[in-house]
Design a protein around this ligand. Structure first.
Ligand code: KIV
Length: 297
């Protein structure tokens, strides 16, 4: 959405009593309208930008959902960001499902998208179906995402036919990092650009509801965005994509490193460190707890 984010689905006027609408103090705030997959295509048609952030736990998802983020992605980046792995490859379905459940429980408005981890969907459409069903049944996700183009089109088709929305993921696909030779921009050169475009069209034809484009030259991402009817969600793919996604910790400045394409919109890591230091100093000096934070009777 390009307008100030409110609780309504993209393109829906904000309901009275909700953020972005005139206050109505007596009426309780109505439940925000859930973002659904048809809103994604409608937003593209209207030229409204879509917002997506990763989330891995209840309190963070609650804040991001309240902020009006359209889609919350439980990315397999949980492996790097939350579990301290170097890559996403060790992440398992059993590990990611509790995070999906926590984010689903927190989300009142956002479309909740669960990543299928490495090894949980590539072998066959049936394998992808089994994993995706777990994400919906046990995790409460609304959609799933997995990496790959034409090679996973049968998986996209089967899930779509079964009523499970799929978000594709092209460009730099972290689960193939070993084959791609590290974190590198993908789609450079005519042949690679052609391959990526053909993969994007194949995902759309198989029924994907959106495609993430990661670390793709901006002109190529713009071309793919123009060709597709479904939205492209960029991450390191320039400004022409229909939406943007970032890992929330990168966006909020939680770590001491973030990729070049990830703008830091806050310095939460520094703020948390300051808070912890202030707490420790007050405990050590005896200033905390004071009377205001004690039960005196
Ligand atoms: O796992 C993830 O967080 C992702 C996004 C970076 C797109 O796939």
């Amino acid at each position: 959405m390009t307008q100030s984010p409110g609780p309504a689905a993209p393109g829906t006027p904000a309901a009275p009593g909700s953020p972005g609408a005139p206050d109505s103090p007596s009426a309780p705030a109505p439940r925000p309208k859930r973002v659904r997959v048809h809103h994604l295509r409608e937003a593209k048609e209207r030229g409204e930008r879509l917002t997506m952030l990763t989330a891995y736990d209840y309190p963070t998802a609650r804040i991001l959902d309240d902020a009006g983020i359209d889609m919350l992605l439980i990315g397999d980046s949980i492996g790097n960001t939350m579990h301290g792995h170097d890559t996403t490859i060790p992440v398992t379905v059993d590990e990611i499902i509790p995070a999906v459940r926590a984010v689903s429980s927190a989300s009142r408005r956002a479309l909740v998208v669960a990543d299928l981890p490495f090894g949980s969907y590539e072998a066959s459409a049936e394998q992808a179906f089994t994993t995706a069903v777990r994400m919906l049944k046990e995790g409460g996700a609304h959609a799933v995402k997995f990496e790959g183009g034409r090679r996973v089109a049968p998986q996209v088709r089967m899930l779509t036919d079964a009523g499970i929305p799929v978000v594709g993921h092209l460009g730099f696909t972290p689960q193939s990092e070993n084959l791609l030779g590290g974190k590198r921009v993908q789609g450079r050169g005519d042949e690679a650009a052609e391959r990526l475009s053909a993969d994007a069209v194949a995902l759309q034809d198989a029924g994907a509801v959106a495609v993430v484009l990661e670390m793709v030259p901006a002109p190529l991402a713009a071309r793919v965005t123009e060709v597709l009817r479904i939205p492209t969600i960029g991450i390191g793919a320039g400004a022409a994509c229909d939406g943007q996604v970032l890992v929330w910790l990168d966006m909020a400045g939680m770590g001491d490193w973030s990729p070049r394409f990830a703008k830091q919109f806050a310095q939460l890591g520094r703020a948390l460190g300051d808070a912890a230091r202030a707490y420790a100093a007050e405990v050590r000096s005896g200033a905390f707890p004071d009377e205001a934070h004690s039960f005196l009777e």
